[in-house]
Ligand binder design. Structure first.
Ligand SMILES: Nc1ncnc2c1ncn2[C@@H]1O[C@H](COP(=O)(O)OP(=O)(O)OP(=O)(O)O)[C@@H](O)[C@H]1O
Ligand SMILES: [Mg+2]
Length: 290
C-alpha cells in the first residue's frame, strides 16, 4: 500500500472508532481476535484493487486498474459505456478472474482465491441492474427468505422468527420505505420499489461491502431521490460502491465533497470531487461532453 493510502486508512479507522464511540459501542471490541474468515478492517481499507487487468479475446476490459475504498466510504464510479465498471464488479465478486493484479477485501482476504459463494459469505453483497425478487411472495416473505439464506442464521425455512429477527426485518422495511407494503405481493410493486426490496434483501445479510450497479436506472425522480437518501443512511455502517450514469443522483450522493472515480478504457481516468472531475478536460472529452 502507498503512504497516502495508509494515511487515508488511518483517518478512516479513526472515524470508524469515533462512530463506534458515538454509538455507545466498546472500542475494545476492535482489538478482539478476528474470527476465521472475517475481514480485517483495522487498516481502514475495505477494498483494495491493484493493477487488475482483464482481457476478452485480446481486448483489455480492465487495464491495470488500481482502486481503494475505505471502510464506511460511499464511492461513486462513473464513466462511459464499456469503461469496465461492471467487469470491475465481476472481478470483486469472483465472477471473472483477472489475468493480473491483486484484489483484497480488508487487509487480509485475497478475493482472487475465493469462489463467488465464499465471497458473498465473507460479506460482499451485489445488486445487479435487473431486480430479482420472488414476485409471488410478499415483501415480508422476501426479506424473511433472505434472512434465512444467511448461513450465520441457524434457522430452517419453516422455523419461527425470533423477536430479534422480526425487529431486523422491521428495521429494513423502514429503511427501504416499504413498511406499509410489507404484506403486498412483490410482483405488484413498482420497478423502483422492487429495486429497494432487492437492496433490503441484501441488507438482511448485513454485508460489509455493497456493490450497486446502476441502482436507479428506470426509477422516477422521486424514487431516485429516496434511493440517494437510503444510501446516505447506509454510509458509514457499510462501504458502498455505486456505479451510475445519472449525474443528479451522483450529485446527491457525493454531497459536494466525496471522491468520485471516473473509469475509462479499463483504468482510472480521474478521481476527485464531482465538480473537479466534471471540469476535467479529459473527462469532458470522453464522457460528459457527449
Ligand atoms: N464476457 C465478455 N466477453 C467479451 N467481452 C466482454 C465481456 N464482458 C464485458 N466485455 C467487454 O468489456 C468492455 C467493458 O464492459 P463493461 O460491461 O464492464 O462496461 P461498463 O463500464 O459496465 O459499461 P456500461 O456503462 O455500458 O454498463 C466492453 O467493451 C464489453 O463489451
Ligand atoms: Mg455496466
Amino acid at each position: 500500500m502507498t503512504p497516502e493510502l495508509m494515511e487515508a486508512g488511518a483517518a478512516a479507522r479513526a472515524a470508524m472508532i469515533e462512530r463506534e464511540k458515538a454509538a455507545g459501542g466498546r472500542v475494545a471490541a476492535r482489538a478482539r481476535m478476528l474470527q476465521l474468515g472475517e475481514p480485517d478492517f483495522t487498516q481502514g481499507v475495505a477494498l483494495y484493487l491493484d493493477d487488475i487487468s482483464v482481457s476478452f479475446d485480446g481486448f483489455k476490459a480492465l487495464n491495470a486498474l488500481t482502486l481503494n475504498i475505505l471502510v464506511g466510504e460511499l464511492r461513486c464510479i462513473i464513466g462511459p459505456n464499456g469503461a469496465g465498471k461492471t467487469t470491475m464488479m465481476d472481478v470483486i465478486t469472483g465472477k471473472t478472474r483477472p489475468d493480473e493484479g491483486k484484489c483484497f477485501f480488508g487487509s487480509t482476504i485475497d478475493l482472487l482465491r475465493l469462489s463467488e459463494t465464499q465471497i458473498t459469505q465473507r460479506g460482499i453483497g451485489r445488486k445487479f441492474q435487473k431486480p430479482t425478487v420472488y414476485e409471488q411472495l410478499s415483501v415480508f416473505q422476501n426479506l424473511e427468505l433472505a434472512l434465512k439464506a444467511d448461513r450465520r442464521v441457524r434457522a430452517s425455512l419453516f422455523s419461527r422468527l425470533s423477536g430479534e429477527q422480526l425487529d431486523r426485518i422491521g428495521e429494513v422495511l423502514t429503511l427501504i420505505h416499504l413498511r406499509d407494503d410489507a404484506q403486498r405481493e412483490a410482483g405488484l410493486l413498482s420497478h423502483g420499489q422492487k429495486q429497494w426490496l432487492e437492496i433490503g434483501m441484501l441488507l438482511m445479510q448485513d454485508p460489509k461491502l455493497l456493490l450497486l450497479d446502476e441502482p436507479v436506472a428506470g426509477m422516477t425522480d422521486e424514487e431516485t431521490e429516496r434511493t440517494a437518501e437510503l444510501f446516505l443512511t447506509l454510509e458509514g455502517k457499510h462501504s458502498l460502491v455505486v456505479v451510475e450514469h445519472d449525474m443528479t443522483f451522483v450529485e446527491q450522493l457525493t454531497e459536494g465533497r466525496k471522491t468520485v472515480t471516473v473509469l475509462h478504457e479499463g483504468s482510472v481516468l480521474a478521481e476527485g470531487k464531482l465538480a473537479d472531475v466534471q471540469a476535467n478536460d479529459k473527462v469532458v472529452e470522453v464522457y460528459l461532453g457527449r
